[in-house]
Each structure stands twice: as structure tokens, then as C-alpha cells.
Write a protein that binds this ligand. Structure first.
Ligand SMILES: Cc1cc2nc3c(=O)[nH]c(=O)nc-3n(C[C@H](O)[C@H](O)[C@H](O)COP(=O)(O)O)c2cc1C
Length: 333
């Protein structure tokens, strides 16, 4: 069956793509991912902090980023090691990945402050990226910055990057925006081509013996998909851009749900880290089998059939569901 689709203007064989992760760090894995059917590959991120350090050549400067960086750091326990890595290495790896595979390669830039680092977006384009994913990964910790100030700052970063590149631009968002649909709409007005729902926040733990904060990185489970399904469904057909899901897709049936909610592409990381790159072939075959058996004619027909505008019970996506779910709880014994 033909599962062809489009994401960020890129033609994909099907919606299943590899999300930003260290998988793109190893060319053998990258080739295995393509051989196993990945329709596109997202590079791990180049962080604002790496670029800034590279530009200033100063360790001291990192102090200014302490708060935002502690969170960004939780992606990678060996942060110092990463910081020492030359930014050029990222661009070289991007070129190598690009030459190793035929599927589209999406570069990833990760930052939250306005600054010169955004100019690296154009170097990514020059290094062959087919599209760019901007990860706005941050915690709102500033007592002085309101939600709308914060959105304005994100918008200025997006506009600065948009003006640097002509390749498609996606923005990877956190689920914590106060008025997500409104902000999503503003991003679309700033010529963002796609939104990636969502960033996964890694929650640090406390070591109560030596009073330290321990970074912890737990991989996801399928139940994390539900939060994404709701927001995909609420945004699909309502904002004029593509939607991609990231977080909790482990099986072909998870992918079916995400597309039904409105995803144009379906990103996977945890299941590929747990089961290896060939896992994508199993997920793809389960996805394709389900679509065929249920007599959908195309991915276009499946996409959004459960979104807010089209699902039989849209209220179930909203507040009404909250009350119903709470009232329906019964003790097991
Ligand atoms: C080890 C690891 C490294 C990651 N690195 C990045 C990264 O560099 N940039 C980024 O935007 N997301 C990164 N992520 C987040 C993933 O792209 C993805 O959003 C998250 O894992 C949720 O998807 P999943 O449930 O399929 O794992 C990373 C995740 C893991 C587990």
C-alpha cells in the first residue's frame, strides 16, 4: 500500500521518521535506520551554549546560562564533554549523514536566548540540511518574565532564524505554554512550516545523602503519547502548518493514533534506542498492516480523522472529559 506523505514540504515514503537523538552520531546506525525504512532522519541538536562557547572561546561565559543550561544538560549527562566538542564537528557530521543516506535529513538547533548563535542556522542549510528543527527547550524560571514576554522572546528567535534560511523550519515546543493554540498560530504567522509536539522534560532527582541534584534520563513509554494526541487533535486543521509528534510512539498502533490525531510525521527515539535501529521496520509494518486491513486508501485519508473538528466526540478532548473521567473512577476491590 502507498503510505506516501509530505512533511515540511518534503516528500516522505511514509510518516515514520527518526527524532533528534544520538542515533545520528553513528553512520552505521544512520544507514541501518534508512535500510530499516526510516522516511527521514533528524540530527541530534547543536546547542546555543555550544555555539556561544565556540564563538567566545570562554568557559566563563557558560555561567551566564547556568539556569537554562541545567535543563538542557539533562539530555546529555556528559555535558562538559559535549561542550568541548567543536561546533564544526556537528556540521561535518551533518554533511556525512547527508551523503550516507537518500532520505531527507533534518538538522536541529537548540536554544532559548536571543543572540548571534542563530546565525548557525544558515551554516546548517549550507551543510546540506533539508529542513531545520528549532528546539525551544526551556523552563520558565524568571520571576520578571510574563508568559507573553516569554512568547515574544521565542517569536523573535524564530523570526531571526527564519530570516537566515530558506529551507523549511519546524519548531519543537514544550506542552507548557499557557495558551498553546494562540502561540502556535503566532508561530505560523512567523512562517514556521511545522510544529513538533512535544519536548520531553527530564526531571532531575535529589540525592539526599550528598545533597546533590542528579540528572536523570528515563526513556519514554507509550502512555506519554496521550498528551500529544490531545494537542495534535486540538491543533490539526486549525493552524496552517504541519504537525509532527514526538514522545511516546513505540508501536505501529501508536503511530496510527498520532496520524489520526493529525500528525504529518511521527518521530521515534526511545524505542529505537531500546530495540535498535531495525525496530523501525516492525513499527512500519504494523502501521502499514493496520491501515491496509482497515481499508484506508491513503495516509491523507487517515490523517486528522480523530482531530477536534472531525472526531465524533470533540468535547472528550476538552474540559467535559475531565469531569467525566473523575466521576467514572471506581475502586478496584
Ligand atoms: C538520549 C537522548 C538524546 C536526545 N537528544 C535530543 C536532542 O539533541 N535534541 C532534541 O531536540 N531532542 C533530543 N532528544 C529528545 C527526543 O528527540 C524526543 O523528543 C524524546 O525522546 C521523546 O520521544 P520518544 O518518546 O520517541 O523517545 C533526545 C532524547 C534522548 C533519549
Amino acid at each position: 500500500m502507498n503510505l506516501e506523505t509530505q512533511y515540511l514540504g518534503l516528500k516522505l515514503k511514509h510518516p515514520l521518521i527518526v527524532g533528534a537523538s544520538p542515533l545520528a552520531d553513528d553512520l552505521d546506525k544512520v544507514r541501518q535506520l534508512e535500510d530499516s525504512g526510516a522516511a527521514a532522519i533528524t540530527m541530534y541538536s547543536l546547542f546555543e551554549e555550544q555555539i556561544t562557547q565556540n564563538m567566545l572561546g570562554s568557559e566563563a561565559h557558560i555561567g551566564a546560562y547556568e539556569n537554562s543550561f541545567a535543563e538542557a544538560a539533562s539530555y546529555f549527562p556528559e555535558v562538559n564533554q559535549l561542550l568541548e566538542r567543536d561546533v564544526e564537528a556537528y556540521l561535518e557530521q551533518l554533511q556525512k549523514v547527508k551523503s550516507a543516506v537518500e532520505v531527507p535529513v533534518i538538522a536541529s538547533l537548540n536554544g532559548t536566548r536571543e543572540g548571534e548563535w542563530v546565525s548557525y542556522a544558515s551554516l546548517m542549510e549550507q551543510s546540506g540540511a533539508d529542513a531545520l528543527e528549532l528546539n525551544l527547550y526551556f523552563l520558565a524560571t524568571d520571576l520578571e518574565e510574563s508568559a507573553s514576554d516569554l512568547e515574544d522572546r521565542c517569536l523573535r528567535i524564530v523570526e531571526a532564524i527564519r530570516s537566515q534560511i530558506s529551507i523549511p523550519l519546524a519548531v519543537k515546543l514544550s506542552p507548557n505554554f499557557t495558551a498553546l493554540p494562540h502561540f502556535a498560530n503566532r508561530l505560523c504567522a512567523a512562517k514556521v512550516d511545522g510544529l513538533v509536539l512535544f519536548n520531553r522534560f527530564y526531571q532531575p532527582d535529589f540525592d539526599i545523602e550528598d545533597l546533590s541534584v542528579r540528572p536523570s534520563l528515563d526513556l519514554s513509554f507509550s502512555n506519554e503519547l496521550r498528551q500529544r494526541l490531545r494537542w495534535l487533535a486540538l491543533l490539526s486543521d486549525r493552524v496552517p502548518c504541519d504537525l509532527s509528534v514526538s514522545g511516546g510512539v513505540h508501536t505501529g498502533l501508536d503511530a496510527v493514533k498520532a496520524v489520526m490525531a493529525g500528525a504529518d510525521s511521527v518521530q521515534m527515539v526511545s524505542t529505537l534506542l531500546i530495540n535498535g535501529p531495525t525496530r523501525i521496520a516492525d513499527v512500519l509494518s504494523e502501521f502499514g498492516r493496520w491501515v491496509t486491513e482497515h481499508e484506508y486508501e491513503s495516509v491523507d485519508q487517515l490523517r486528522g480523522c480523530m482531530n477536534y473538528n472531525r472526531c465524533p466526540d470533540p468535547e472528550a478532548l476538552e474540559r467535559a472529559n475531565y469531569m467525566r473521567v473523575l466521576k467514572s473512577w471506581r475502586p478496584k476491590h
